[in-house]
Design a protein around this ligand. Sequence first.
Ligand code: ASN
Length: 482
Amino acid sequence: MKKGLLTVLVALSALFAVFGLSKETASASEPNYTITSDATYAPFDFQDKNNQYIGIDQDLLKAIAKAAGFTVTVKPMAFNAAMQSVASSQADGVIAGTTITNERKAVYDFSDPYYKTGIAWATAKNSKIKSLSDLKGKTVALKTGTAGAEYAESIKDQYGFKITYFSDSDTVYRDVINGNSVATFADMPVLQYTIKNGTALKVQNSKDPFAAGDLGFAVKKGQNAELLADFNKGLAIIKKNGTYDKIINKYLDAKAETFTGSAKDNSTVWGILKTNRSAFWSGLKQTMYLTVVGIILASLWGLLLGVMGVSKNAFVRGLSTTVIYIFRGMPMLVLAFFLYIGIPALLGTKISAWSAGILTLVLNEGAYTGAFVRGGFQSVDSGQMEAARSLGLSHGQAMRKVIIPQGLRLMVPSFINQFIITLKDTSLLSAIGILELTQTGTLIVTRNSQGFRVWAIVAMIYLVVITLLTWFSNWVEKRMNA
Ligand code: ASN
């Protein structure tokens, strides 16, 4: 009976795994490129009220791909992760409102410029700060890895300000508006657009941006030359036939729509839930999917580690201890970045965010599981083993028939605990661009600036799911003990 259950679980997780992988491999006659992008960078890259990923970059990319005869799969993520993904060959190209800078040219090849930019600095709308020298002793909020951040770093000592970093623009704006920091440095067109759409900031140097430059599409240096050439070809075509101007005007014209949704849609929890229900639903599905596959595989891996941990063989025991030591000791976020960005950068191989995410869950949660499984077996009274052996069972038989069943029963509460932790830990995988529930929340907040309501909704959804998971686990526990 229990064996049957196990078989079903293994089959189910294999099915999930195959399904998850096959989603990533699109086949088409035209070349298909994976392009990373900044998840939250209006007007270049952002989600509209229907949760469509839009913006100048996205529309340009689509029009260019069509004109030049290629297709794209776009992966929105934090700007820094988007750039790193290309540097480590995880993705073919990046379009993320990226400024063409000399430093970046050492790592990336850039397309022809497609938009002019420059760095602006902005404070809260009613701030008393008027000049850079007023920043002395104060804190400036910046987005990691951006040209704006690089510029601010270069003048930080001259003006004597401190710096704090965030990975997405909206959090940077919130930090300045809430007064934890007093200013930020970012692209002029981006800050102006954000302010026009109601963000309570004020640009202080609208007439003379620092470090004027251009935005460009980028590929890893020396790679994807064909994609780069196609991009330039497509860009030239859409500039000539008027599509380029149309796209720019769609977002920046005086009469351009705002894409943020009506006040009614955004001012109540119910309105936000209703307008974004498909986004919340697909985020929740992704979270559940990661959780179920993660739990099943991590439990199996943890069981194996636990059994190895009480083996007669010292080498096998040592192996289990070492694996548990390494993966329990490594912060999960570091592990995720290591698998998704570190290893591919070294080996030049690709691993999808989904696979890296699952592997992170399995290694991390599996190590914790391994530790309590080993502990559970050890806590079965040693007399039991002796008794079983004296009845003529071999060590293996004694383990399987006597120690493991008793140990497993002791471990059930720890398993339930670990399931809940796994569910919560999936939220960390938003950092490598997986569009699960937490990342969904970030995208929605960026669009409607309703931080309190959106995060309250996300928290509630997690609590509901955790409650269901706990009920289910308790039900299984009861049946096991019956
Ligand atoms: N303009 C920024 C940069 O090039 C990009 C961004 O924040 N998406 O650094």
